[in-house]
Design a protein around this ligand. Structure first.
Ligand code: MOS
Length: 753
């Protein structure tokens, strides 16, 4: 079977992962490696007033105790990702006596064994001068400040809501959440002849290489970041995390390779997280269901040390054809580690709010919630008036409704029950995710033994990129999937973008496609040149299929045969792809690890994937326990390279959406201004037992605008509509509208009981 586009090829790395042959950052051994452990701040804000490392240094096997006193070097020359740099935070621990949040790194201990390092990290004795701190967004001592993002103002939304005959005006909240990839953060750093090698799970090896080069004052060529396998990331491994820098600094000082594996409890504070949100949504409509006005005022949790905002109002404002729109965004600074990207950073929370409000409007109108959405489907982007590159939301609703059996739904609250009397609720919600694009480079080679090698510094963060990018090349060259080898996740490879924002397939895939097309040209030239097997043939009459070049009369020669006619016995080609409207200078900067993203709004189009999501929930009428019995999603994401891996992303997102709706919450211990449930026993994520049947279907769609291969964003959209679909289903079952996540048993007690 050809490894062609559209075929559900099994993951190329499945066997390696299942057998343990795939090595993750923490698996790498080095001769003479030493082990690091972290000491974390026990206070949330203040200063370190005294450091006593005597006991820590006395632990047998301890090699180095680093605190702000002993670090004695500047590590702060690289900036925060939202300010154009690559760091998770603008604050670098161990470079000052300041404490900005609970769980901040205040010491790094290196020893001959992990056990000694951990013992010494516990023995490191620090005194603090404590200042008051606030880690929850709802604290009365903190006020919201505008986030500086452009607001959408079209018409007069406030007046239009006020005079609308049917209105909804409500507030919805979501808590802080953490990513919790199963693979912990881990870094092994080693120096050799002034060159730095960092093995660390990464969504952006090129960006992290650039940052490490800046921090250590060495050329980028002297830094290598290696991350062939990533055990889940979801945004947590996109930026350079401070502990990686500290480990590299310690390795340089000791002249030994150093390995750090960050324990689960520290994962809550040494990286980023999804900040809490509060959303006011007001909608006004005519009685026939024409939505005339929307207001979305979003408040997001930010950090005192870094301003960061993911309010998502620029996405909700684009969902429906509404004549009067007003959005406003602000943030509340809290004393926490800097929040960051987490799967659908802006959309997941804002769509819980917005799509819950749309459901409330449907209830107020006495209208079917799908028909309400279809009635207000916009022909163009409501904000800029630009055409969509493609938008198949209505087809997603029609197909999703069919798969789900929406026609079985009776609209009355609590009107559907199982044979055992359990309440059934059906809910739906829209999903969207922007298709941004980033420049990428790739190299493709055919070797004498018939192998097709694809190389690009993109990343497979569990998404299937190894498989999908191989298929893009195999499709062009007519090579069987088994004959394809793909190399990713290494900064020595041709540049690839941050595997974030669901850009990898579209961007790195476009570069691979271009390189494969260039290789195809070279191959056909060799085949038709004098001495080649198709000497004298017109190249346009030749086809590449099943590892052969075939002429119009059916004569076939294997690629291996054709390669024998090339001087080297092999051929390779490279290409750099840039988003269609990006200027060359910005693209070059992006290829060197700078920020270079185009879209989802370009000069000519609005480019988004869309989906319709459905949930069936079961609620026990007495105990009020609830279960997501079924989830269905229908998604249109342009051309889907591999339906199996795409579906796996969509299903994963939907499962996470169920966790978002019912389970996930990082709780704040307010008096101590710290996260309270810092382990997976206290921080609940959905398990198999929480999830019923999940169906994700891909709706056919052609997008000729988005990029060279027509592929829009897949990775993040699956989570986006699910929390609202579940909350809407809970309302249908119980008549209780829960305007916050997670929805818990105690939120479903009938009023008055
Ligand atoms: Mo994703 S949150 O853009 O890694």
């Amino acid at each position: 079977m050809d490894g062609s586009i559209g075929i559900p090829v099994v993951r190329r790395d499945a066997t390696a992962k299942a057998t343990g042959a795939a090595t993750y950052a923490a698996d790498h051994g080095h001769v003479g490696v030493a082990y690091a452990a972290l000491t974390l701040s026990t206070i949330a804000r203040g200063r370190i007033t005294r450091v006593d490392a005597t006991a820590a240094e006395a632990v047998p096997g301890v090699q180095l105790v680093l605190t702000h006193r002993s670090m004695n070097r500047d590590l702060g020359s690289e900036t925060f990702v939202m300010k154009g740099g690559h760091m998770q935070s603008s604050f670098m621990p161990l470079t000052s006596d300041e404490v900005h949040y609970a769980g901040q790194i205040v010491g790094l201990v290196v020893a001959d064994t992990t056990e000694a390092a951990e013992q010494a990290a516990r023995a490191l004795d620090l005194d603090y001068a404590i200042q008051p701190a606030f880690a929850a967004m709802g604290d009365p001592n903190r006020t919201a400040k505008p986030d500086g993002e452009p607001e959408v103002v079209i018409g007069d939304a406030d007046a239009a809501v006020a005079r609308a005959p049917v209105r909804v005006d409500q507030e919805y909240t979501t808590p802080a959440q953490h990513h919790h990839p199963i693979e912990l953060y881990a870094t092994t750093a080693s120096w050799n002849d002034g060159k730095l090698l960092v093995e660390s799970p990464s969504q952006w090896v090129i960006g992290q290489r650039a940052a490490l080069a800046t921090i250590f004052g060495i050329p980028a060529e002297d830094v290598q970041v290696v991350s062939p396998y990533v055990g889940g990331a979801f945004g947590s491994k996109a930026t350079l995390l401070p502990h990686t820098v500290l480990v590299a600094a310690a390795a340089q000082r000791l002249g030994r390779p150093i390995k750090l594996v960050v324990p689960r409890d520290a994962m809550f504070t040494v990286g980023s997280f999804r900040p809490a949100t509060r959303n006011r949504i007001a909608l006004g409509a005519e009685r026939d269901g024409t939505i005339t006005a929307m207001i979305h005022e979003a408040v997001g949790q930010s950090a005192e040390i870094d301003h960061i905002a993911f309010p998502g109002t620029n996405v909700t404002a684009r969902m429906y054809d509404i004549a009067n729109i007003r959005t406003a965004e602000s943030t509340i600074a809290t004393d926490v580690n800097t929040p960051g990207f987490q799967r659908a950073p802006a959309e997941a929370a804002s769509f819980f709010a917005f799509e819950s409000a749309v459901d409330e409007l449907a209830v107020a109108l006495g209208m079917d919630p799908i028909e309400l959405r279809i009635k207000n489907e916009p022909k163009v982007d409501p904000v800029k008036g630009l055409p969509w590159s493609s938008r198949s939301l209505v087809r997603c609703y029609r197909r999703g409704a069919e798969l789900f059996g929406w026609d079985r739904r009776t609209p009355g609250i609590g009107s559907m029950r199982t044979k055992d009397g359990v309440l059934i609720g059906y809910g739906c919600a829209s999903a969207t995710y922007p298709s941004a694009m980033a420049p990428a480079a790739a190299q493709v080679a055919l070797t004498g033994d018939g192998l097709l090698r694809v190389r690009t510094a993109a990343h497979d963060v569990g998404t299937g990129a190894y498989t999908v990018l191989g298929q893009v090349a195999a499709d062009v060259l007519g090579v069987a999937n088994e004959m394809v080898q793909v190399e990713l996740g290494n900064s020595e490879l041709p540049s690839g973008p941050m595997s974030g924002g669901s850009v990898t397939t579209g961007s790195a895939g476009s570069a691979v496609h271009m390189a494969a097309m260039a290789l195809r040209d070279k191959l056909l030239q060799v085949a038709t040149a004098e001495g080649g097997p198709f000497a004298g043939h017109d190249q346009a009459t030749l086809r590449l299929t099943s590892g052969n070049i075939v002429s119009a009369d059916g004569t076939a020669h294997s690629l291996a045969d054709v390669l024998k006619a090339s001087p080297a016995g092999s051929l390779e080609a490279s290409a750099e792809w840039k988003p269609p409207l990006m200027d060359a200078g910005q693209a070059q900067q992006g290829l060197r690890g700078g920020h270079a993203m185009q879209g989802p709004i370009t000069a000519t189009h609005a480019i988004y994937s869309f989906g319709a999501q459905f949930a069936e929930v079961h609620v026990d009428p007495l105990l009020r326990t609830m279960r997501v019995a079924r989830m269905v999603g229908a998604f249109a994401c342009g051309r889907v390279i591999n339906p199996r891996t795409a579906r796996s992303n969509l299903v994963g997102g939907m499962i996470w959406g169920a966790g978002f709706a019912l389970l996930e919450e990082t709780q704040v211990d307010r008096p101590r201004a710290r996260f309270a449930n810092q382990d997976l026993a206290g921080y609940h994520i959905a398990t198999s037992a929480d999830i019923g049947e999940v169906t994700a279907e891909i709706v056919d769609e052609t997008d000729t605008v988005v990029n060279a291969i027509g592929a829009k964003a897949v990775g993040e959209i699956g989570i986006v509509g699910m929390p609202a679909a579940i909350a809407n289903a809970v309302y249908h079952a119980t008549g209780i509208r829960v305007r916050k996540t997670p929805i818990r048993v105690e939120n479903l007690l009938p009023s008055g009981s």
